[in-house]
Design a binder for this molecule. Structure first.
Ligand code: NDP
Ligand code: MG
Length: 344
């Protein structure tokens, strides 16, 4: 909290902090023996930096050392200088929070620098965030999402909407101010409802034309101004597939960085099993259909970990996405009721 509001303390924290690097909003990942991880880089304020220590010995030794033992201890300022950028741009990082060990974490977009030169220096690769969600460990996903969301918000809120004058950030990046109008702008999320509709034995999933081939998700939609979650849910399902839902049950919420930071409010709902005929709004959806318990459990087990591999014919959003949580809950509920009814 103090770091968020105290510019000086935040500047100091950056000297010993870790920075998640993005290139045009794609986070930097590094391959490890067990898969991919988000890469964070230390700033040169980190006194025991092994990069400096080994630099004069032998470049080759340095590389081996960093690869095998401490893959996240590269010095960000040195990397920036190597690729021809003023190291002081590190000060443009935004505060994301602190780790369990009280280490401050920041995000920085270096989209104006040569991508492959950076990847080489950082020994990693910048990956589109949607793909990265399938590659990095689940607990790292919220951080990757927050890092991107904050960067995007600052990139798109550089000017005051009242005066057209430039806005100025505080050091942590928790707000921007227009000194001409005195207006303070805070990062925003748009409320979105998402609902998994069930007819008792099947659930309804849909796909937009822009989804990757084969991916289906729960129905979702932005809340209109003045609407409650319940109203938005009833309206979205009626508009998109022409069904009337009942028995709304809250499941959970999550921040979702797309398209410009959404606040997802997730629910389960049912329809009358005699009224399941879908009437798809083709302007919004490419397809919507009912899926059986068997299809869902198979899709949940078949998450494509590496998006470069051929995905299965039908697949669902990654485990971090709240749509996946809804499907897990629905499958667990189905499994229980099947047991109760003596089915497999
Ligand atoms: N985390 C998860 O598990 C999931 C997350 N989602 C997210 O939910 C979000 C909304 O779902 P979606 O079904 O597309 O929404 P909608 O069904 O509301 O349709 C999207 C359309 O609504 C219009 N719109 C209205 N308000 C806004 C706003 N505040 N921001 C952007 N567009 C708006 C846009 O139309 P126009 O472009 O014509 O202006 C847009 O194309 C998506 O960003 C998606 O990424 C969806 C499913 C799963
Ligand atoms: Mg929708």
């Amino acid at each position: 909290m103090r770091l968020k509001e105290d510019d000086e303390a935040c500047r100091e924290a950056l000297k010993s902090g870790k920075v998640l690097l993005y290139h045009k909003l794609s986070p930097l990942l590094r391959k490890t023996s067990s898969g991919y991880k988000l890469a964070s880089l230390k700033t040169s304020g980190f006194n025991t930096n092994p990069f400096k220590f080994f630099h004069f010995i032998n470049k080759r030794i340095l590389h081996i050392h960093l690869y095998n033992c401490i893959p996240i201890s590269l010095d960000l300022e040195q990397i920036l200088e190597k690729v021809g950028k003023d190291k002081h741009i590190v000060n443009e990082s935004f505060l994301l929070g602190c780790t369990d060990k009280d280490e401050p974490q920041f995000s920085l977009d270096v989209g104006d620098l040569d991508r492959s030169a950076l990847e080489q220096e950082c020994r990693g690769m910048f990956v589109d965030l949607r793909k990265a969600f399938f590659m990095i460990p689940g607990p790292e996903s919220p951080l990757a999402a927050k890092g991107q969301a904050l960067l995007r918000w600052h990139q798109t809120n550089c000017f005051c909407s009242a005066t057209g004058q430039p806005t100025v950030r505080n050091q942590s990046g928790s707000f921007r101010v227009c000194h001409s109008s005195g207006i303070t702008y805070y990062p925003k999320m748009a409320p979105v409802v998402i609902v998994l509709v069930s007819d008792g034995s099947r659930c309804l999933l849909a796909r937009q034309a822009m989804f990757p081939p084969g991916m289906y998700s729960a129905l979702s939609g932005f809340c209109d101004m003045g609407e409650s979650v319940e109203e938005a849910l009833h309206r979205e399902v009626a508009e998109e597939v022409g069904l009337e839902v009942e028995n709304l049950q809250y499941s959970g919420s999550q921040h979702w960085p797309f398209p410009q930071s959404s606040f997802m409010l997730a629910c389960h709902a049912t329809v009358n099993p005699d009224k399941t005929q879908v009437n798809i709004d083709k302007a919004e959806l490419e397809d919507a259909r009912w899926f059986t318990y068997e299809e869902i459990t198979e899709a949940l087990q078949n998450l494509p970990r590496d998006p470069r591999r051929e995905p299965p014919v039908f697949w669902v959003p990654p485990s971090y996405a709240i749509a996946n949580q809804l499907l897990q809950e629905w499958a667990n509920h189905q499994q229980l009721s099947r047991k109760l009814h003596g089915l497999k």
